[in-house]
Unconditional design. Structure first.
Lengths: 329, 498
């Protein structure tokens, strides 16, 4: 009897070992659903060899899979074997928003993807033009007229603005159709629009020139070089803070690694550890400085918890987004 | 200011800066000649190799490469009907007919010289315009951009000889193809039939490769002839003829350069519109507009001068406002910031030497590109004389590789092949392919700017925007002018006959 029980336990142990997937010695495919020459692809090519090194994998091969604004590659990853040999790297907010906005092409569910770590993020800011007459976040709440927002499409900034406007209780006039950041910035400086959401880096020149003023940071914390500019959560009406925090979390996730749903536990642990180690590797840090691709890492487990917060707030966010889409269509 | 002009030039006199400039120009020429790859790709690929060098040397490498890609794109447009990038499209209209007439050397000479003069005039105008650029940029907005696009659209009449209806049908087809993908206003998918590939729309370079290059190779295969209608060795034109042509049409060069500079200055107006608008003004101001589309050298000079000047203009939004004017400037901005330069109006005071270093780079890179271009043009001009059995597989391989390289997807290669068949039949039945691509380029610009104008200024925006109103009148007058000239000519001929 004892021998039988011991044999059964041994069999169970062997079976569980056989099922657990390790990426050691494996060839990993890193799907990048963005354009071949873009920043996301450059980040992926730069980091991939270091993930291979720290995961002790045979190789990490970058596979560019452009199409449908990150959707094609992510759809592919959604159906990949959850053994750790196929993972993805892209702008996480764009995936979340594609799903929340109800895009017909989306076959994935971002709440079921497994997040493996963030490589970089770039804080965003709401800047207003001098012509708008607005100088502070508080003034936005008592504007007495619609805030004119020139937009280049239904991207992260568009959705962030509609949630932010709702959180501040201000009326928004969306002017769609602008072609890129330069076009929207010119509209704001000219006075056609009141303000725009952009990255701190892109707006540094116009801020220093006095053509635009930063009024709200859309990150989880204040931006160090401009400590007087409040975060969106600080200025939001109390009942909207959860929604604004969710948007801030979402933007904060930015350039992240992720795996298919039900990714094997052992593979998840190995990949999270390898990605963290890779992003701390002094050789990669030096390379990122050489290539001018800054790294701001965050562990996979932290990123996974942000998804939960975003999901919890989605019941509030989704109706706001859908109402904005209805207005522009 | 004189001190800054001198300091800018001196900063480029180091061995490192000179070497980087030469490397940048040679590399840019090669990238420019490859279809589907343009200045943005050239700069993006170079960026990782610029860490830790002199500021002027880094700028010489990046800007030099970017400038050289422009003429590289013109070469393939003229010789093989393959625009290296969307901005080189207008070179196809008359450059390739010149090649077919056995005047490839002349076309290449005119193209290189026009690009040089355009670049130099652009740089000079840029330096002079610095004090007025801000107010001008602030005065022009979406309504004025809309009028510019409408002006570009008027040249469809030039390519509709024989049947205006066929010309309109070709343009409408181009507009319909441009509508495939995400609507630029609301993000609503249009004509995607559940195929994710179509959500991104049809890539413009891919469509051009198919419509012109692949279609031309099908035509060569069917006819079994060489591209140039004359046999090798009988070409009477020389590169020098083209250089002389450009100098003879100096006023056209000046006008086109000014146009190119200001189109470059305005964010949201692409260089591809610049080439088409330059071509439109060349046609509309010509006393013999009927020669255009059949190998008129002015049709090569005007777009190349515009493209040459465009680069200087592209620097202005970055310098005057700190806004990168286009994708290539956005990449340069990354380089600027990492070198400790914050672009913006302060550069026009405290960083004026860097501004003039860039102006000098534009001038010197243009001179280098032209010298290299003139030296190799004679040899390049012999390429269309190649036997079709060598030419067809060679050009098709490069083009289909280019189609793949634009977005890295094999579907683009299939799409290029499909457009090749479409282009072949359009050419066979006299539906202008030029009108098709003009419709494709201008559709989105018109859609965007019409929508923004209506949203911001209301339905009667044209009456509330005086500059746009003046531009509209100008569009109507310049469109009517060739028709009035023809009518007068016919009347005089009729009177003489009676």
């Amino acid at each position: 009897m004892t021998t039988r029980i011991a044999s059964l336990l041994l069999a169970l142990c062997l079976a569980s070992t056989a099922n657990a997937a390790s990426v050691v010695g494996e060839r990993i495919t890193l799907i990048v659903p963005n354009s071949a020459g873009g920043l996301m692809a450059r980040y992926a090519h730069m980091i991939a060899p270091f993930i291979a090194k720290h995961a002790q994998a045979d190789d990490v091969r970058v596979r560019i899979m452009t199409g449908g604004g990150n959707i094609r590659g992510t759809n592919y990853l959604w159906f990949a074997e959850p053994d750790g040999t196929t993972i993805g790297f892209t702008s996480i907010p764009s995936l979340i928003l594609a799903q929340l906005s109800g895009s017909e092409a989306v076959q994935f569910d971002t709440t079921e993807l497994v997040y493996l770590g963030r490589a970089a993020t770039e804080p965003r800011v709401l800047v207003v033009g001098t012509e708008s007459g607005i100088t502070s976040a508080d003034q936005l709440k008592t504007l007495g007229r619609p805030f004119v927002y020139p937009s280049q499409g239904t991207d992260e900034d568009f959705y962030s603005m509609v949630v932010l406007a709702n959180a501040l209780g201000m009326e928004l006039k969306l002017v769609m159709g602008y072609d890129g950041n330069a076009d929207t910035a010119m509209a704001v400086i000219r006075g056609d629009g009141d303000g725009q959401i952009t990255s701190w880096r892109a707006s540094l020149g116009t801020i220093q020139a006095g053509d635009e003023h930063p009024v709200i940071t859309l990150g989880t914390e204040r931006y160090a070089p401009f400590p007087d500019v409040p975060t969106a959560t600080e200025v939001a009406l109390p009942e909207s803070r959860e929604a604004v925090q969710a948007i801030a979390n979402m933007l904060d996730m930015h350039r992240g690694f992720f795996g298919p749903p039900s990714l094997d536990g052992q593979a998840t642990a190995e990949l999270r550890a390898a990605i963290s180690a890779a992003l701390d590797d002094p050789e990669l840090i030096a390379e990122s400085e050489r290539q001018r691709l800054p790294l701001i890492p965050s562990p996979g487990a932290v990123e996974q918890s942000k998804i939960q917060q975003i999901t919890d707030a989605s019941t509030v966010i989704v109706p706001i987004m859908q109402a904005a889409l209805e207005r522009i269509r | 200011m004189l001190e800054a002009i001198g300091a800018g030039l001196v900063s480029l006199a180091t061995p490192q800066a000179i070497a980087f400039m030469v490397i940048g120009v040679v590399y840019g020429l090669v990238v420019g000649i490859l279809p589907g790859l343009g200045g943005i790709v050239a700069i993006a690929l170079l960026l990782p190799f610029t860490y830790g060098y002199e500021i002027s040397a880094t700028l010489a490498l990046l800007l030099g490469a970017h400038i050289a890609t422009i003429w590289g794109g013109s070469v393939t447009s003229i010789l093989f009907q393959v625009p290296g990038a969307a901005k080189s499209l207008a070179l196809v209209f008359d450059g390739h007919p010149m090649t077919q007439k056995g005047e490839a050397s002349r076309a290449l000479g005119a193209s290189a010289m026009a690009a040089l003069l355009g670049g130099v005039f652009g740089a000079i105008f840029l330096a002079i315009s610095i004090p007025i650029v801000r107010p001008v940029m602030l005065a022009l907005g979406p309504s004025e951009y809309l009028m510019l696009a409408l002006w570009g659209l008027t040249i469809i009449a030039t390519f509709s000889e024989g049947s205006l209806l066929k010309g309109m049908i070709a343009t409408a087809l181009g507009i319909m193809v441009a509508f495939v993908g995400m609507d630029p206003i609301t993000g609503t998918p249009r004509f995607w039939f559940g195929i994710i590939y179509l959500l991104d729309g049809i890539s413009f370079p891919v469509a051009m490769i198919g419509l012109f290059a692949v279609a031309e190779m099908i035509k060569l295969y069917v006819k079994g002839e060489r591209i140039a209608n004359r046999v090798a060795g009988t070409e009477t034109s020389t590169v020098l003829d083209g250089v002389k042509d450009t100098l003879t049409h100096w006023w056209l060069v000046v006008r086109s350069s000014l146009l190119g500079l200001w189109i470059g200055v305005l964010p949201g107006v692409g260089a591809s519109i610049g080439g088409i608008a330059a071509y439109a003004q060349a046609v509309q101001t010509s006393k013999t507009p009927e020669r255009f589309g059949k190998g008129a050298v002015e049709g090569v000079i005007a777009p190349d001068a515009t493209l040459g000047a465009n680069e200087g203009g592209g620097l202005m939004p970055t310098l005057a406002f700190g806004i990168p004017g286009g994708e290539s400037m956005a990449i340069l901005l990354v380089a600027f910031l990492s070198m400790g330069i914050v672009p913006g109006p302060q550069m026009l005071t405290s960083g004026l030497d860097i501004v003039f270093a860039m102006v000098w780079i534009i001038v010197i890179a243009n001179v280098l590109t032209t010298l290299l271009g003139l030296a190799i043009s004679k040899h390049l001009a012999r390429l269309p004389m190649l036997n079709p059995n060598i030419m067809i597989p060679l050009v098709l391989s490069i083009c289909l590789f280019g189609a793949f390289a634009t977005r890295g997807t094999i579907v683009d290669v299939i799409v290029a092949a499909v457009f090749g068949v479409v282009g072949y039949y359009m050419d066979k039945y006299d539906y202008s392919r030029a009108n098709f691509v003009i419709g494709m380029v201008l559709a989105e610009m018109i859609e965007r700017n019409l929508h923004i104008s209506l949203s911001l200024y209301g339905n009667d925006f044209i009456l509330t925007r005086p500059i746009a109103l003046v531009m509209l009148i100008f569009v109507i007058v310049t469109t009517a002018l060739p028709f009035i000239r023809t009518w007068r000519k016919n009347r005089v001929a009729a009177e003489a006959a009676s």
